[in-house]
Design a protein. Sequence first.
Length: 105
Amino acid sequence: MYKLIVFIEDNNEFDQERLLIESVVPQLLTIPGIHKVNVNPLTGFRFKSPSDTKYRLQIEIYYTDKETFYTVTQHPLTQQLLNDYFQDITDETALYLAKETTYQR
C-alpha cells in the first residue's frame, strides 16, 4: 500500500479539519483506488526550510499501488476538490505533495 501526504499551513482561522472530515474526505473516498483517508492535526511541525513554515494538518491518502497513485492524483474529482477547497479558504494556503512511500499494515 502507498500513501500521498498533503501538508496544510497554519495560516488562517478557518476550521479546516472539520471541513475536511465532513466534506472533502467523503468525496475523496468515492474515487476508485483510494483505500482510506486520514486527517491528522499537527502541533508545531515544521519543515527545515528558509521560510520555517508551521503546518496544522496532515492529510494521508492511502492507495493500493503505484499505478493507482497516478490515477488518483489525476482524477477530475481530486483536482476539483483540492482546487475548490484551497480557493475557498485562502489563496496563501500551501499544498505539499510528498513522494509516495511504502506503507506497511
